[in-house]
Design a protein. Structure first.
Length: 598
């Protein structure tokens, strides 16, 4: 709880007008009215105020708000000023000059005290001033993470020491990205949002505009940020309006990160204030120069609740949802955790491809070989019942989404998911008839199970059904759909498991489907993360007697034909034949499809 009755102010005759307050372990310094602006690295009067406040509160970090723009200093700065305050209080009766110097210039006092012998040197050791000061060569080494007070995150504007620049680029949001190789082997992704070029006066205007939004002085609406800026600035300022929208209605620096098409994932591990955001850039794990504040994590959680309609609190401490329009992406999947299941609030963000994968893309990336892609596309177009299997992260959902494009354009498709991941919007934009259903206990205002959603899907007319993940009671409903489906009613789904035999045991033993009903599955497609990347490793056909591989990865280069189709032994090919067609006709159609991917 904020120590409202225990504020520390500078002495009346001081040049400093900072006011320090303890808040959740952080010393928050209001420096808007201070001539020095709370500049700890340059203003002796501000350092004196902070030394007195730190001695009293022993903060874990120091946050200086200089009129709408914050500098967040970490444990090293907090330790220095705490030690300086202790030393000054105890050294006053021995050396008043040195005590005063410790308040206004702790580093110089630390060097002087440790250079002496006797009681003063002992005090420097006992209070920690000597040890802390020895590790800080100059005040500029007290690097701060910067950011507007209204933002959820702070950035370190300083490039990494000993970093070697390997790439730089500008993003559509106006942010600049620089990537560095560093000696410890973990690359640094350094992003500087455009708002950091604003002047101090502009940040004051933004802070005032935000207060107008918060107190209701500006009616809510799409243009509310712009109206708030006009009220405080006396004119429209597009740059300020964009910054205000981004940090009050949008997702702040996350919009910059996901505007980079190379960024696929962003991770904010709890407690968020203790470390930087991590990201995945072109498949490589990097650390960023960005970190959320604790307040920012709470505000982000509130925005996600409002955006998704899903609860996220101590009573419901996990979140799995999707948000739209974050940066240059179509959608971003968000997983969140908070107390009591984690030490504070943390998030993981994963971008959905704005331009979703289709089968030719998977062939180009090596996930599928052309003949396997041709067989899969022809099977789906002819109404096959297919399960895409694999471990978490193997690419099952990507494979399912890419396969949906193989459906005939006139086919009606119903998708069922608890978290939207399939390319529904892209399919609709391609003039496909797609009905999306969403289910889950966290759905706003409803408690719709996957099984209920699937039953509803089966009543929405003939066509294909795609289930985002088969993992519960919906399995029985899904297999009923497979059993009664007509030859043109494709049924697709993803499931955790490896190979047809493993999937059969999961469906029967864990999900309660009768063993004989599993034969309604035509194909099991297994995907895996290999040393060469994501690959389809097996395509197996399922019969009442068992299963057999018709494509298998024997050399690590992806699933290749086993010869079963060529020998005329494939039950799946036989079942795919339409009235009047022969086994050879289906083979010819598969070969024609495969030629499109070569």
């Amino acid at each position: 709880m904020r120590a409202l009755l225990d504020r520390v102010r500078a002495s009346p005759d001081s040049d400093c007008r900072c006011e320090a307050t303890l808040d959740a372990g952080a010393l928050r310094v209001a420096a808007a009215d201070c001539p020095g602006g709370g500049a700890l690295t340059a203003e002796p009067a501000c350092r004196e105020t902070l030394a007195a406040a730190s001695r009293r509160h022993e903060p874990a970090r120091i946050v200086v708000d200089a009129g709408g723009f914050e500098r967040a200093f970490g444990e090293q700065a907090a330790a220095l000023f705490t030690a300086a305050g202790r030393f000054a209080a105890r050294a006053g009766d021995r050396d008043d000059r040195l005590a005063q110097r410790a308040r206004r210039d702790p580093l110089a006092a630390a060097r002087e005290a440790t250079g002496r012998a006797g009681p003063v040197a002992d005090l420097a050791a006992e209070t920690g001033l000597g040890a802390v000061g020895a590790g800080i060569p100059e005040y500029d080494a007290l690097l701060a993470h910067l950011g507007p007070s209204l933002a959820d995150a702070r950035v370190d504007p300083t490039p990494p020491r000993d970093g070697r620049l390997r790439d730089t680029r500008d993003l559509e949001t106006g942010a600049t990205v620089r990537e560095y190789d560093v000696p410890d082997g973990v690359p640094v992704y350094h992003v500087l949002p455009p708002a950091y070029d604003l002047s101090r006066d502009e940040w004051r205007l933004l802070a005032a505009a935000r207060r107008r939004l918060a107190d209701g002085s500006v009616p809510d609406g799409e243009d509310a940020p712009g109206r708030a800026v006009r009220q405080v600035a006396g004119e429209h300022r597009e740059v300020l309006a964009d910054a205000l929208r981004k940090h009050t209605r949008g997702f702040g620096v996350l919009e910059d990160l996901f505007a980079d098409p190379r960024v696929s994932d962003v991770f904010a591990s709890a407690p968020v204030a203790d470390g930087p955001l991590r990201a995945t850039v072109d498949g490589e794990s990097v650390r960023t120069n960005v970190r959320f504040t604790e307040r920012g994590a709470s505000r982000l959680a509130s925005r996600l609740r409002a955006e998704t309609g899903r609860p996220f609190s101590r009573a419901s401490p996990t979140l799995d949802a999707t948000v739209d329009g974050l940066g240059g992406t179509g959608r971003v999947r968000v997983a969140g955790v908070t107390d009591p299941v984690s030490d504070g609030t943390g998030f993981a963000f994963r971008a959905h491809d704005a331009d979703p994968f289709q089968l030719p893309d998977l062939v180009a990336s090596g996930t599928l070989r052309p003949d396997a892609a041709g067989f899969l596309a022809e099977a789906v177009s002819r109404g096959a019942a297919v399960l895409f299997a694999g471990a978490r992260g193997a690419g099952k959902t990507t494979l399912l989404g890419a396969t949906l494009w193989a459906l005939a354009r006139e086919t009606r498709l119903v998708t069922i998911e608890d978290t939207p991941e399939l390319p529904v919007r892209a399919l609709r934009a391609d003039d496909r008839d797609v009905q999306a259903l969403y289910a889950g206990e966290d759905t706003a205002g409803a408690d719709v199970s996957m099984a209920d959603a699937l039953r509803t899907a089966l009543r929405l007319g003939d066509g294909a059904v795609a289930v985002g993940e088969v993992r519960g009671e919906e399995a029985s409903v899904l297999y009923e759909a497979m059993r009664v489906g007509a030859s043109d009613a494709t049924v697709l789904g993803t499931i955790h498991g490896e190979g047809a035999a493993g999937v059969r045991e999961r469906v029967v033993a864990d999900l309660g489907v009768d063993r004989s009903s599993f034969a309604a599955t035509d194909l099991v497609v297994t995907a895996a993360e290999t040393e060469a990347g994501r690959r389809v490793t097996r395509i197996e056909e399922v019969t009442a007697d068992g299963d057999a591989a018709i494509f298998a990865d024997e050399d690590g280069d992806g699933a290749a034909p086993t010869g079963r189709i060529a020998r005329g032994n494939s039950h799946a090919v036989d079942a795919l034949a339409r009235p009047g067609e022969t086994y050879g006709d289906v083979r010819s159609a598969v070969d024609a499809r495969a030629s499109q991917f070569r």
